[in-house]
Structure formats: C-alpha cells, structure tokens
Design a protein around this ligand. Structure first.
Ligand code: PGA
Length: 247
C-alpha cells in the first residue's frame, strides 16, 4: 500500500464561513507526510466552493452521497455527475446514517457506487455492524454480506475505497479493540481479494468511528487499516491535521 487516506466526513455541518477551517487544513498540509492523502467531504452546499479553494493544494474534496441516476425528477437529490461538475473527486456512499435514516439497502448502495464510477469518481463504500450484531457474534458475517451486496463487479484500487465503520462506534467515543479492528480488516481484505484479485489486495480499507488525535496512531497502525474516515474530529483543522500526521 503506497499511501494512506485520511477522509473527513462533515455530515450536516458547515456554513459558507467554514471555508476558514478548510484554509487552515490547506495551510497545515505541508506538515502532513506526502504519503498521506487528505480528503474533506463537506455538505453538498459547500462542495463547489471548497473544491475551487482546494484546487492544487493537496487536499481533495468529495460528496457525502449521490442519487443513482444522472438527472431527472428526484427533488432534493444530487447526482454523481453534479458532484464531478463541482470538482469533487470522491463520493461517500452507504454511510450507516443513510442506511438507517433513508432506508438504503445494499442494492441501493451498489447502484450508487456504479453511479460514482459512471461519473469518473472514486466511491467510498461504507459497511459496519450494529452493536446488537456484534454482541451476537455476527459482526464479520454482517459486513461480508454488506460487501457482497454493495460492491459491483469491476472494483479496482483506483475506483473504490471501503470504509469499515461499526455503527456503535460512530459519534460515541467508543472504538473496537485493536484485535477486533485487525480481524475485521483482515476479513474484508479476504473478501476483496477473492472477488477482485490483485486489485482487491490494493483497495484501501479505512477504519471509521470515533477516530480522534489520541487514538489515530494506534488505529492506523493496525494491519490492513489504510486510512481513516473521520466524522466529528474532521470539523476542526487542528484535530484533522493531528490525525493526518499519525497516518
Ligand atoms: P465520528 O464519525 O468520527 O464522529 O465517529 C465517523 C463517521 O460517521 O464517518
């Protein structure tokens, strides 16, 4: 694996004035190792302005979701082509908040990954078990099923990133043990290699869920953890940069 990806998911946070935080990230980029790629996914309202500001700075800008269609009668939705048109390079799809709040199934997520590829962008496909599923000893089985259903054929290291985010670790300050992260990421790697061959060995697998400056080095040091998807701690440049420096 040649590089680490530290991706920030701003969720439904940020106004026009938040571009100051992006500017602080850009200013701090030089202190982050060259082997670490930085990506910020602001709300859709800010993608265009952020992408313009971040051009040629070593910070990429992505979307948090897209519709599967190119265009049409889908009030309130945006397409992957629109995100590409704004300057986005990546799109997060299948985040557990969308699966839970918007009823997105694996089939819907798969169609969105296809849409992201159609637009020429990189999909960050999210998977992860609930607490009840982990307690029942079914975490790996659940994630494997999500991968099977959510990932189309033709995935490559250039068009797909997988993010493992245990639902119970998101926004809670709780994280799995290093052993649990290691065994889940190894299981995901196996699924990717079986389906996508050599490419499956090179597809980045991010860990997400309560990644903070004080646990980043530990989590990023686990085998098959090729980066992080950061929520709350990506809203502040100082925290996001501290996590990136651990990458
Ligand atoms: P968190 O969110 O870092 O605030 O736990 C992670 C995510 O949902 O991507």
């Amino acid at each position: 694996m040649t590089s680490t990806l530290i991706a920030g998911n701003w969720k439904m946070n940020g106004l026009a004035r938040s571009i100051g935080e992006l500017e602080a990230m850009i200013a701090g980029r030089s202190e982050v190792p060259d082997t670490v790629d930085l990506l910020i996914c602001p709300p859709a309202t800010l993608v265009a302005a952020f992408a313009l500001r971040a051009q040629n700075t070593g910070v990429s800008i992505g979307g948090q979701d897209c519709h599967a269609a190119v265009s049409g009668a889908h009030t309130g939705d945006i397409s992957a082509e629109m995100l590409a048109d704004c300057g986005a390079s990546h799109v997060i799809v299948g985040h557990s908040e969308r699966r839970a709040d918007h009823g997105e199934t694996d089939a819907v997520v798969r169609a969105k990954v296809e849409a992201v590829w159609r637009a020429g962008l990189v999909a960050i496909a999210c998977v992860g078990e609930t607490e009840a599923e982990r307690d029942a000893g079914r975490a790996v089985e659940v994630v494997e099923r999500q991968l099977d259903g959510s990932l189309p054929e033709r995935a490559t290291a250039a068009n797909l990133v997988v993010a493992y985010e245990p639902v119970w670790a998101i926004g809670t300050g709780r994280t799995p043990t290093v052993e649990d992260v290691a065994s889940m990421h190894a299981a995901i790697r196996l699924v990717l290699e079986k389906r996508f061959g050599d490419d499956g060995g090179a597809i980045k697998i991010l860990y997400g869920g309560s990644v903070k400056p004080d646990n980043a080095a530990t989590l990023l040091g686990v085998d098959h953890v090729n980066g992080a998807l950061v929520g709350g701690a990506s809203l502040k440049a100082s925290d996001f940069l501290a996590i990136a420096k651990a990458g």
